[in-house]
Write a protein that binds this ligand. Sequence first.
Ligand code: XMP
Length: 512
Amino acid sequence: MKEYVIIIDFGSQYSQLIARRLREACVYSEVRSPKICAEELKELAPSGIILSGGPASLTYQHAPKCDPEIFKLGKPILGICYGMQLIADYFKGKVSKSTLREYGRAELFIDNHKDLFFGMDKQIITWMSHEDKVNKLPLGFEQIAHTKNSKIAAFANKELKIYGVQFHPEVAHTPKGKQILKNFLFRICKCRGLWNMRSFIKSAVSEIKESVRNGKVVCGLSGGVDSSVCAVLLNHAIGSNAHPIFVDNGLLRYNEVEQIQKIFSKHFQIKILYLNQRKLFLEKLKNIVNPESKRKIIGREFIRVFDAEAKKIKNVEFLAQGTLYPDVIESCSVFGGPSAVIKSHHNVGGLPKKMRLKLIEPLKYLFKDEVRALGRELGIPESIVGRHPFPGPGLAIRIIGSITEKKLKILRSADRIFIDEIQQAGLYKEIWQAFAVLLPVKSVGVMGDERTYECTIALRAVTSIDGMTADWARMPSEILAKISNRIINEIKGVNRVVYDISSKPPSTIEWE
Ligand code: XMP
C-alpha cells in the first residue's frame, strides 16, 4: 500500500520543512494547496494529513480554510499553529487574539503522554510564533499540553485521530519536534517508514510507464543535475522511447559538453541528440549588453531549436522536465500573486507550454539534495550529481557586457582554475555555488617589467540552502591567493582578480 502524508499549506514559511521532516522519517509527503477538496484527498488515500501554519488569522474575512469535509474522511489529522486553530474553529472551539503573544522559545508542559507526546519528558522546549490562540476546547477534544501563556497548547480527539499543536514541531528550535512528528506518523497514522530512494525509483518508473505507455518523450538535457537525473530515470522507465535533446549553446563550462556525451553514451548507453548551435547563439547575442535581453534571447533560441528538433521525432506526445519541488512551491503560493521579476529564469525545465506536449515532471516533489540522492541511486557519477547549480543562460550572464568567443574562452579558463582549486582544497561540497565572472573593467598592472592593461575576473562563492538567500563563502585566504595567482599567470588577458563579498539579499548570486 502506498504510504504518504499530505501537507495542506496555509502559507507557512515552514511547509516545505514539514515535508522534509516526514521524508527524513522515511514517509513520503507532498504539499498541496488548501483548495484541494475532500473528494480528491479521498482518492489520493494518504495515511494522514497535516494542516500547516500560516500568516493569516481566523479573524480575517478571507482567512484561508480547507474543505470542511476533510474532517469527515476518517484520516488522522495534525494541525500545526494556524492548522490547529482551523480544527478548533471547525469543531466549535474558540480561537481569539491573545493579549500575550508568544514568539520564540516556550516551555511546553505535557499533560498527556499517550501517542503524540509518547516518550517525551514532562517539559520540553518548543518554538512558538502566534498571536491567536485556542481558548476554548473544541467539542470532543481534550487538552494534552499547555504553556505558561496558553492553557491549550495542544489538543487531541483520539477517537477521530485529530490533533493540534500550537507550536512548530518541524523547526530545529523544537528539539524534540522530530519525535513528535514521528509519533504522529508511526503511532497515529500507522505508517511504517518504507520510503527511500529505491522505492521512489520503483514508483516513479511505473508511473512514467503507465502514463506514457508506447508513446515517445522528449526531454532537454543541460548537463545539470536535474535534467540528467530526469533523463536517466526516463531511460529506466521507457528506454529508447525517451529522447534526450542536448542543445549546445556555446555558453557551457570547460569540457562540459564532452563530459555529458561521455557519461550518457558510454556510461549509460543512452543516445542523446546533440545539437551544436554555438554559432547561432553567439550570433544572436552579438553586441547584447542588457542582462534581461541576454536571458530572453537565450531562452527564445533554446525553445526554437528544441522545438524544431522535437518535431522531427515522429509521434512525440510528451515532454519531460526536471522541475523540482521548490519551483512548484514558489509558483503556487497561497497568498502571493507573482512576485516581482528580478531575473527571467531560463532553464531546460522551463520549456514552453506552447509546445502542446503533455508534461511529465517526475522530480516535482523532490528537493535538490533528494534529486542528488536519486541520481546516486541511479548510478549517475558524482561529477554530475554533486555539481553546483548552473543557470540556463550559462556563461552569458557571467560575462558582464557583450559576449565574444574570446571572452568566453577567458572565463572558461578562469572558472576551471577556480573550481579545480576549490575541489583540491576539499571545499567544493560545502560551497553551494562557485564561479568566475568576467568584468568589463580594465585596469593597469605590471608583469615582468611591462605595463599591462587588462581584464578583471571576479570570483563568486556562496553558501546557501536553496539559493533563495545566500552568504559569501569565507574562503581561506591562502586558497584565494593561490587561485588569484594561477588565474593571472595562466590566463592571457587577465591581470586582476577580486573576490565578491556580497550576500543575497541585497545582491543576487549571479551578477546578471
Ligand atoms: P540569483 O542570481 O537569482 O540565482 O540569486 C539564484 C540561483 O538560481 C540560479 N539561476 C538560474 N538557474 N536558470 C536557471 O536554471 C536561470 O535563468 C537562472 N538564473 C539564476 C543561480 O545560478 C543560482 O543558483
